[in-house]
Design a protein around this ligand. Structure first.
Ligand code: IMP
Length: 426
């Protein structure tokens, strides 16, 4: 993706999340100097496999596994400090030194224990299938202009007063929601007193760091979490997360202008998965759904929930290509399809007897669409050793060509396994 003119690249999920962005960022980060996470929080679980080691990163950009890369958690992220230190300690225990190359925006908002209580309480009625990480309530506080930002920790007295107000409000809400849970102010104060001395030295005006890197032509990767169909504006609302997962959110959440971005890589699985509730038009009938889940190891990296699995949906990815302005596609987990005799692709929908080329805004309508499938012959050969397109069986190449034609975005990468080296650069 990087060349003389393309130095600032966004990597986004172009389905419902879990597309394998962590692996792509890890591979691309080898050529980058700065990697920035720009939205979401500990709801993400980016899995990277290096040799026999598996790393699950929730908030720290996947680029951290490259020793010369500086990583940033941008202002658009809602940061769960306890989870963050768990991640940092896990990296340290496995010999990954992050000192001097990991920074968090002082404008990033904090996710506090009371946000998780509110998330759990609202799930009882809303039933969105959230990750329970307090993401929605933290963004509600942010947009309600009562969030706590990292910079607030610099003024201890002010932070205590803010906490007293926020915890009191959360407890009133919990009562109104019929929950018997209550947040403890003492626990919140103790948590921030314990974590602030470790957090503040990592805190910086990261927008300036990213801006300077872009201005001086250094290679910058902006790492998205979740996927386009979980974007709060463009996703299957209300079954979405609470941030802008799409490329537009990258500029805002990293603290730079949109003109700084040169390219947008959309990551898609060779099939489709979704975790949580909401419509999934190409969800596969038994036994195919189960087989995809088993072969692809499709269980949530954060919650362990089984992912719902189905065939590739070109209507979804065409839509994601449009709302993200994708300039390239990375197709992951092609190897998961290796044993199927036939591989369907949904090329369009029918809605109430009419053909429907665009994503309907209403989830109820999306729940009713009938996918129109093209059935492609499977290749029934292992692809995990392929390192060039020419190494792939002809039917697998034909499948990729068809995806590229339907989406109208060039395929730049194909991943054929979990390991770092199992990738084809086109
Ligand atoms: P929340 O982000 O925890 O509020 O959850 C809202 C919706 O987004 C739920 O359907 C979650 O399952 C989904 N979601 C959030 N993060 C991820 C992710 O990283 N991968 C896949 N789905 C996610």
């Amino acid at each position: 993706m990087f060349d003389a003119k393309t130095t600032c690249v966004v990597v986004v999920g172009a389905q419902w999340g879990d597309e394998g962005k962590g692996k792509l960022v890890d591979v691309l980060a080898e050529r980058a100097e700065l990697v920035v996470r720009y939205q979401g929080g500990a709801n993400a679980g980016h899995t990277v496999v290096i040799g026999d080691s598996q790393f699950i990163l929730r908030q720290i950009p996947s680029g951290i596994l490259h020793p010369n890369v500086t990583c940033i958690v941008g202002n658009g992220v809602v940061l769960d400090p306890e989870t963050l230190f768990g991640e940092l300690d896990q990296l340290a225990a496995r010999g990954v030194d992050t000192a001097g190359r990991f920074f968090i925006s002082d404008r990033a908002h904090l996710v506090l224990p009371y946000h998780k209580l509110l998330d759990a309480a609202s799930e009882k009625s809303q039933k969105l299938g959230t990750t329970g990480r307090g993401i929605g309530p933290a963004y509600e506080d942010k947009y309600g202009r009562r969030g706590m930002r990292l910079t607030d920790l610099r003024r201890v007295e002010c932070a205590r007063a803010m906490l007293a107000d926020r915890v009191g409000r959360a407890n009133r809400l919990l009562e109104m929601m019929g929950s018997s849970e209550r947040a403890s102010l003492d626990q919140h104060v103790a948590l921030l007193e314990r974590l602030a001395p470790r957090l503040l030295p990592l805190t910086a005006d990261t927008g300036v760091l990213v801006h300077r890197a872009v201005r001086s032509g250094r290679r910058v990767l902006l790492e998205g979490a979740q996927g386009a169909l979980l974007d709060v504006d463009h996703g299957t609302y209300p079954f979405v997360t609470s941030s802008n997962t799409t490329a537009g959110g990258a500029a805002v959440g990293a603290g730079i202008g949109p003109t700084a971005i040169d390219g947008v890589l959309g990551v898609v699985k060779a099939y489709t998965t979704r975790v949580g509730n909401g419509p999934l038009p190409t969800e596969a009938e038994p036994p195919f759904g189960e087989r995809l889940r088993e072969l692809g190891g499709e269980f949530g990296a954060v919650t362990g929930r089984p992912r719902r699995c189905g065939w590739f949906d070109a209507t979804v990815v065409r839509y994601a290509a449009r709302v993200n302005g994708l300039t390239g596609l990375a197709v992951t987990k092609l190897d998961v399809l290796d044993s199927f005799a036939e591989v369907p692709i949904c090329s369009a929908y029918r809605l109430d007897g009419e053909s429907c080329a665009e994503m309907p805004a209403e989830v109820e309508a999306l729940g009713r669409v009938q996918p129109i499938y093209e059935v492609h012959a499977g290749w029934q050969e292992p692809t995990g050793k392929a390192r060039r397109l020419a190494d792939l069986p002809a039917a697998a190449r034909a499948y990729l060509d068809r995806l590229q034609t339907l989406i109208d975005v060039p395929v730049r990468y194909v991943s054929v396994g979990t390991r770092r080296d199992q990738i084809i650069e086109v």
